[in-house]
Design a protein around this ligand. Structure first.
Ligand code: AMP
Length: 210
């Protein structure tokens, strides 16, 4: 968990590779539908472009479908979900039916002024979704992915207006989750201002302590 731009997606990918766990990202699920022009993609595009949350019923059903179809005995890493108390409660209920539960919630913390700079420079690969940053992590070749050589793009919701909305939504709807998981003793805060590898190692240590 964490505010927009803290590195949830990048760090979740590194963790899933290291721990060999499936990665379920609500944002990636939505972006795939949007890119492929599916009916769901068309329905959610307005919310995504404006930086608003996709309605609860749509989000919960698409993520729960991914969670239940993963059937990973060793678990999985959720990225970008839950973002509201309603989603957290739906997740707890679905996991309880599978005799599973959330072990640990990692919250990455970065000051807002740094996040705004990060989001302005963020680029994504149109094929593999690898992330880059023009300032802090530029691709080797201009606007091309190091891994698949395909073009990089800026997310629609990284525009200035959408970023403002996303911070507001985060503060109103997602921040209360810190208390939700904190009061259950399942929240670990991790400093997200270090290098990619430093933050990754801190997250790994945090998971091992869960
Ligand atoms: P992300 O890649 O996690 O930043 O998500 C990108 C966008 O997808 C968000 O700004 C929302 O519009 C939508 N989205 C992702 N996850 C959720 C969620 N859990 N609940 C509602 N909307 C979401």
């Amino acid at each position: 968990m964490g505010a927009p731009g803290v590195g949830k997606g990048t760090q979740a990918k590194l963790l899933t590779e290291k721990l060999e766990l499936p990665h379920i990202s609500s944002g990636d699920l939505f972006r795939t539908n949007h890119r492929e022009g599916t009916p769901l993609g068309l329905e959610i595009q307005r919310y995504m472009i404006e930086g608003l949350l996709v309605p609860e019923n749509i989000t919960i059903s698409i993520v729960m479908e991914a969670v239940l179809s993963t059937r990973a005995k060793r678990g999985f890493i959720l990225d970008g979900f839950p973002r509201t108390i309603t989603q957290a409660e739906a997740l707890d209920k679905a996991l309880a039916e599978q005799k599973q539960s959330v072990n640990c919630t990692l919250n990455i913390e970065v000051p807002t002024d740094q996040l705004i700079k990060r989001l302005a420079g963020r680029l994504l690969c149109s094929t593999c979704q690898a992330t880059y940053n023009t300032e802090t992590q530029p691709p080797l070749r201009d606007k091309l992915c190091d891994l698949c050589n395909d073009p990089l793009y800026q997310r629609d919701d990284d525009s200035t207006a959408a970023v403002e909305t996303r911070f507001q939504v985060y503060s109103n709807d997602s921040r209360p989750l810190l208390e939700y998981y904190g009061s259950q003793g399942k929240l670990i805060n991790v400093d997200g201002t270090g290098t990619l590898i430093e933050v990754h190692q801190d997250l790994l240590r945090a998971i091992q302590s869960c």
